[in-house]
Design a protein around this ligand. Sequence first.
Ligand code: SF4
Length: 386
Amino acid sequence: MPRQRPSEFDPPFRSVPAGNGLYLHFPFCRKRCSYCGFVCHAGLDFFIEPYLEALEREIAFYPAWEIATLYLGGGTPSLLASSSLVNLLDRITKHFCLASTAEVTLEVNPGTGSPALWEAARLAGVNRISLGIQALDITTLQLLGRDHTMADIERTVSELRSSGFTDLSFDLLYGLPGQTLKQWDQTLAAAIALTPEHLSLYSLQVEENTLFSAWQRQGLLVLPGEDDERAMLDLLAERLVTADFRRYEISSWSKPGHESAHNRIYWYNRPYIGLGAGAHSYHDGRRYAHGRSVRSYLQDPVPKLSSGRQTRQETMAETLFLGLRLTLEGIWRADFAARFGKDPYEEYGPAIDRLVRLGLLEITPERLRLSPAGIPLANEVFVAFL
Ligand code: SF4
């Protein structure tokens, strides 16, 4: 029986083709940001060529699997020369079976790249750009240690549009040191004025071994309190709804039809391959990981098993709480039953009943999802299924 689409999926929701997600990590940046805990290095450009060769060796290690989405992330992959980017994409498309409708995303940092790179990327199949904007005033950009200015942001967006990209996503951070509600409002207004199709909004996390963590230890980092952060979240919801964005995942908002297919593979708990230093993979019910060291990756680019085969129970729980991140779709009960042979209610009935009574979950004959009141308390809800 065809399943009924809820009204909020019209106008259309972007579909995800069959196949695995493929993530490729490019761990080089011009400068390290003050908060950065990612696998990335500044000033090691002489490793780029050997790293690209190691990526080729890793690609050859895999069977010619079907690929639904490709994401070139980092780091700053927009530091690649046009010829290197085209060769890399060519190597991937020759080895794997990339779906004809695959979403292919390139992460870009403002102030890097050029019209020639955008043109080469577009012709080589890139159809989506994720821009690491993070903040939209020079004082905050400098505080974050970002290597770009407001003029870089405007120029990069304009170049990408002129090159024909119709799917731009911006990353923005909130809950920043000294940030006020008024500043956050101005950031949101400036971001909306640049007309992206997608926004990923993350609250700042202070990671170990960063400049911010050192400042925090010295008492120099004054972060907004919980109530201020909550007010920032409420404000972003208000502003983005008014600007016709839909929140389809806890941290992700898009214009209809511009939801990220790649990230939805993670939230559907479908298989993915992660190429490069620090990248993670999930296939055959097992998780694999590369260490964070670029030097080790150059010597041995074959991913290592990081966990044994998951039990069915573990996969079910993980599928449930990852799927609940999707605030519009939630868990399709029929899909869950087709995958695990039982409806989620059959497995988690008491927990679901309790969370529905608390007003944190909604259940219908078709699906299970967080209620509006459950979204800010998502972590508490997820724990109930572990
Ligand atoms: S651009 Fe991104 S990956 Fe590079 S240093 Fe800054 S936060 Fe880290």
